[in-house]
Design a protein around this ligand. Structure first.
Ligand SMILES: [Zn+2]
Length: 310
């Protein structure tokens, strides 16, 4: 058994979902969507690395029998949030103003400063990996009831310079892998601690302010669409508006899937489809958040069925 197969199996045995990365490198070793053969796991539509990441030892043995793949750990399905403390890539890679002049030289320093600013201990007694370039991955279990996504440096919800986080939509190179000849090693083999509440709060996206929907404006926008599209939107929104309490959510989903095909075909702007369905859905008494979730899922289903038929 190769070392990397052992690494993949022991990582998965912790309940962490793994997938192969290119040998001695970081990119996924799975085929890209453009080259999808639509066979095997992709028979009913392409699956990316996050959906193919697995804890199944048989699948892992098969995958790693083809080559010395590095081990990618998909954070979302593994219910992990990994804080990634990085080091500068070259001598000119210096901290921005917020961190300058405080003796800060890398992501470790930024994270320590952040902990101090929040009155929190700098040391976290949690599963920790040293990366090939001398960075640090702090593994935390993800909070329940909310979906955290990746952050990058100071952008948006990001924690700070040279501090990234990997959660849903993200992966890390697992310990036992080697990138450019440099190994990733476990430096603290203790179970991951829950993501501290103050970090979870910083990483939770603030809901964007949403203007209340103006039914008349939505109707006017729909009225300007091509006749066929307009008729389709009216037909689907009528179905939703007429749906009773037990079936309204399912009807909303089905109508969103129907309109999703038009969105995918480019004849109906996604925003018009969403607003028209949201207006109809809310009239049945469904809440806005629930409507938006159902509509998004339905539109994605409709768009997916177009992709598969093509
Ligand atoms: Zn595929």
């Amino acid at each position: 058994m190769t070392d990397l197969l052992t690494t993949a199996l022991t990582t998965a045995a912790r309940g962490w979902h793994v997938f192969p990365l290119a040998p001695n490198a970081k990119p996924p070793a799975l085929h890209a969507e453009e080259r999808c053969p639509r066979t095997g796991p992709c028979t009913s539509g392409h699956l990316g690395w996050e959906r193919r990441a697995t804890v199944d030892p048989d699948v892992i043995r098969r995958a790693w029998s083809h080559g010395p793949y590095n081990v990618g750990l998909a954070c979302g399905p593994s219910r992990l949030v990994v804080v990634d403390l990085d080091t500068p890539k070259h001598p000119g890679d210096l901290p921005p103003a917020r961190w300058a002049g405080r003796g800060i030289t890398d992501g470790h320093d930024v994270f320590a400063a952040l902990c101090e600013e929040h009155g929190q201990p700098v040391h976290h007694d949690t599963f920790t990996v040293r990366t090939g370039r001398g960075g640090t991955h702090l593994y935390f279990t993800a909070p329940t009831g909310r979906v955290l996504r990746n952050t990058c440096g100071e952008k948006g919800q990001g924690l700070g310079w040279k501090v990234d986080t990997r959660a849903h939509g993200g992966y890390v190179v697992a310990a036992g892998s080697t990138v450019a000849g440099r190994p990733y090693t476990v430096v603290s083999d203790t179970p991951p601690m829950p993501l501290p509440a103050w970090l979870a709060a910083l990483l939770t996206p603030k809901a964007p302010p949403v203007a209340p929907l103006d039914s008349a404006a939505v109707r006017a926008r729909i009225g300007r669409l091509q006749a066929y599209t307009r008729a389709a939107v009216r037909g689907e929104t009528d179905k939703v508006a007429g749906a009773g309490e037990g079936v309204r959510n399912h009807t909303l989903f089905a109508s969103a899937a129907a309109l999703g095909r038009l969105v995918a075909a480019g004849t109906l702007p996604e925003r018009d489809a969403t607003d028209a369905l949201l207006d109809a859905g809310q009239k049945t008494g469904l809440g806005e958040a629930e409507c938006r979730r159902t509509i998004a899922k339905g539109l994605a289903r409709g768009a997916g069925s177009v992709g598969r038929a093509a």
